[in-house]
Design a protein around this ligand. Structure first.
Ligand SMILES: NC(=O)c1ccc[n+]([C@@H]2O[C@H](COP(=O)([O-])OP(=O)(O)OC[C@H]3O[C@@H](n4cnc5c(N)ncnc54)[C@H](OP(=O)(O)O)[C@@H]3O)[C@@H](O)[C@H]2O)c1
Length: 244
């Protein structure tokens, strides 16, 4: 398995392509990713949950033809299969799974109810891999598959505890992506676990040090810089390798 660091070479890799499939873009970081890519002239298919109007619909109205909206709840396998069926025959340069949830940061894992543990783990760890497995054939052989991880998924950097279930879910996500990468060793796709920084969103809270504009333009730049570099990269929004 190739697990590479983001190089600092002088060769400028191409941008991560024009056709983007973005999962979980109703608000927060996903919405900002859609906005950034739309402003960049990329063709975006972005998903929301359910049939209600979201901020993504407002954004799509201001980018006529640039943003197509589809629906999927990533925890519902039949919805993932249905999305794949609707998109059959299409090809994307980048699949990015952003959808994720947090739970209350206080309390140990042992104090967490089984339902809450299941909700966070199923959403953040199991479901992204189900989405990737189901939709991977829509991604160009030299394209990119990325998923929103977190710096809190780092086992090595967990020296203070806290946010135990969320941390565990992102660490599990990272491990599942390593298994995926190992199974796809020798292929040409770029695989990315992205740590966007601690950002002010509904999930990140108002006390986070970064605004969306500090994170997301850099996330996009980092994804572009990794295009053409096969193997699995666990990096933050500034392209810095995160310790596993
Ligand atoms: N903000 C941070 O500081 C931070 C730091 C590290 C990592 N992250 C990660 O970044 C990602 C986005 O976080 P955010 O801060 O933008 O959170 P957010 O504002 O709460 O947005 C979460 C997004 O995920 C979607 N989502 C949740 N569960 C879903 C499901 N089962 N199926 C489909 N979509 C679902 C939500 O859709 P609905 O509107 O339908 O709920 C929403 O679009 C998450 O994976 C999070 O773990 C965030």
């Amino acid at each position: 398995m190739t697990i590479t660091n983001l190089g600092s070479g002088t060769d400028l890799p191409p941008a991560s392509g024009k056709r983007v499939l973005l999962i979980g873009a109703s608000r927060g970081l996903g919405l900002a990713l859609a906005q950034e890519w739309a402003q960049d002239g990329r063709q975006i298919t972005a998903t929301v949950r359910g049939s209600g109007r979201t901020q993504l619909h407002d954004l799509a109205d201001t980018h006529a033809g640039g943003i197509e909206i589809d629906t999927v709840d990533i925890t519902e396998p039949e919805q993932v299969t249905a999305l794949h069926t609707r998109l059959a025959g299409r090809m994307f340069d980048l699949l990015f799974v952003n959808a994720g949830v947090a739970n209350q940061p206080e309390g140990t894992v042992a104090e967490t109810s089984t339902d809450e543990f299941n909700r966070v783990m199923v959403t953040n760890a199991l479901s992204p891999l189900r989405v990737i497995e189901a939709l991977q054939d829509l991604v160009e052989p030299t394209g990119t598959i990325g998923v929103m991880s977190s710096g809190q998924g780092s086992v090595a950097n967990n020296v203070r505890g806290g946010h135990e279930v969320y941390r565990g879910s992102k660490a599990a996500l990272n491990t599942f992506m390593r298994s995926y990468a190992a199974r796809h060793d020798g292929e040409h796709r770029t695989l990315v676990l992205m740590a966007p920084g601690w950002v002010r969103t509904d999930l990140g809270g108002s006390g986070a040090p970064l605004g969306i504009d500090d994170s997301i333009p850099n996330v996009v730049k980092t994804l572009d810089s990794l295009q053409g570099r096969p193997g699995l990269h666990y990096v933050d929004y500034l392209g810095r390798t995160v310790a596993w």
